[in-house]
Design a protein around this ligand. Sequence first.
Ligand code: F3S
Length: 294
Amino acid sequence: MKEIIRADHSGFCFGVRQAIDKAEKAADQCQGSIYSCGSLIHNKLVTEKLEKKGIQVIKSPDEAEIGSTVIVRSHGEGKQFYDIAEHRSLKLVDATCPFVARIHDLVRTAREKGKNILIVGDKNHPEVCGINGWCGDSAIIVNSAEEAARIEEDDLFVVAQTTIRSSVFDEVLEALEKSGKTFSVTNTICNATANRQKSCMETAKKAELMLVLGDTQSSNTKKLYDISKKYCTNTHFVENIKDLPLKEVEKCNRIGVAAGASTPECLIKEVIANMSENTLENNNEMNSMDDLMD
Ligand code: F3S
């Protein structure tokens, strides 16, 4: 008998759930055009459903019709975005996750006090670009202890991208201490991320085979995959049901399942159901947004 162990913390986080709720309500109530700047979350299953509800994805608020509605996604945006939106009379549905909005406030205030802002994260990630936009795009951005050791500035104020691994954040702080920097720090790694990473690790330690569910574009899911691989070399990334490695699954008795904060519940249930039934048949077409949330 196979044992399927689902990580205690897996699937949609509070911020993503809130963003999808707000987007759905806005799409239902909006009379004119409605846009989101970039995909609302990094999950194709979800964004395709939202597009069917009329939400068009654009790259910049300059592309939105004057006076139309634009959803600000959970990753947040920089100050410049809000300035353009005001100039173009856009109606904003602000779905910035409150934990990200807090980082915007922190870096803005620290910058006003003359601190050098250091963001630990991926310089290309939209959340990091948005945070940087609240300190005049002046932030130093590092993603490793090696990069931190090369920083020349002093009097730093350090924050983290909400989804980075806590071990990376700790290593960066250690490197700053070693190089004698003066710095203050607010650990802004989100609990939802830390909880998912911890329960993914615990599940991977027990499993013969691990499935990490989510979109290949989702940075938090990719990090879960890396963590899982460390403790269970037999780890597989499952973006949709077709990726389920059923032959491998058949050989193992303890199968762990972890899912990123942007992974819809329907995919998690579908994967577990398919393994339980021991078949790859997929008749569970998703028909409504509720299917994504259930
Ligand atoms: Fe917000 Fe944390 Fe999710 S920052 S978007 S609740 S991962």
